[in-house]
Design a protein around this ligand. Sequence first.
Ligand SMILES: Cc1ncc(COP(=O)(O)O)c(C=O)c1O
Length: 400
Amino acid sequence: MSALSPIPLSMPDISDLEEVMVLETLRSGRLSIGPMVEKFESLVARRVGCRFGIAVNSGTSGLHLLMASLGIGPGDEVITTPYSFIASSNCILMVGARPVFVDIDPVSFNMDPAQLEAAITPRTKAIIAVSTFGNPAHMDVYERIADHHGIPLIEDSCEALGATLNGRASGSFGTAGVFGFYPNKQITTGEGGMIVTDDSGIAELCRSMRNQGRPIPRPGAAHVHTHSAGGQHMGSWLAHERLGFNFRLSELNAALGVGQMERLDHILAARDTIANQYLSRLAGNTFATPIQVPQNARMSWFVFALRLADRFTQMDRDAIIADLRENGIGAADYFPCIHLQPFYRNLLNITAGQFPQAEALAQRSMAIPFHNRMTSSEIERVVSTLERAVAKRMPQRKAA
Ligand SMILES: Cc1ncc(COP(=O)(O)O)c(C=O)c1O
């Protein structure tokens, strides 16, 4: 292990503002279902340009709720990408439906729009499109295809808060979008997520189902829950209109999110700066390419991912990751293909080779440290260690 201080793969950017907001909320005694959740919802919805924001306790819960609110279930198919974090596909299995994968476009790493239409069948009940690593490429095309076929498009924007395509915010394409706020994301609530939509019916259903299927309080109706004021049960607190979950976000998490949202532009600008430093330091190398962002898009950098050149094998990539880690540098194999996870293979009877672009990328892609507070010397240390690690895997050739 290196004697130098470790450089983590990711790190949240929390300021005094968030500390004060969380502490004030803690001291208020109102720890769930309160003003912070409402404020957080309206901040995210306004930012994205959607009518409704529904805060939930994770991005996964948001995706799950959307599947349930669309009535998707056994016998249905949902089209999605095989190259993503597994939750973008697990939400389909959670409601008993079948994920149908469409291979990726190797330039943007997102689903290949040219192959999407051919995957649509009479059983297709939704498309879940992921803005991989914060790249919103093709969302407009997916939206056109979904509209043409009368199928809802769900944007899995868990990695893409702040991204735009033709000036439109990630999350605002299609029927609904979901953001994730795990600590490696652009902003964090510790754990948390947010559904955004313009559809009042979906918003209502999601609000009810995140809260144990309780009815949604009508504007002007007396508060129906008094648990925080002494445990009395009144009105409809114990009335449940439908099957629901407890996917609520606490007031403490929401307070953290409100503080983070107020600093979002600063956070995104800091991430752009770090990404641009990496891009210029890596320019001209022959061993890896970063994700390609379309001209009409603003990338919201989630992680800094690289695709190693085709001459490297998966074993090379894994050895390079191990080498970086031995030198105190965070690195990870973002992302293994979802369809090749053993339980997916068994469940869906999928074999390797079905999605060649995703598989080729997954064997060679890796994330290197990326967070707002990285210094220039840390970036230099990451890249020069990477270059040495790469050179060890190709002793006859130069790394860069
Ligand atoms: C593309 C994508 N979808 C869904 C999720 C799930 O979000 P969470 O971890 O908040 O459940 C993530 C989180 O990493 C993600 O990257």
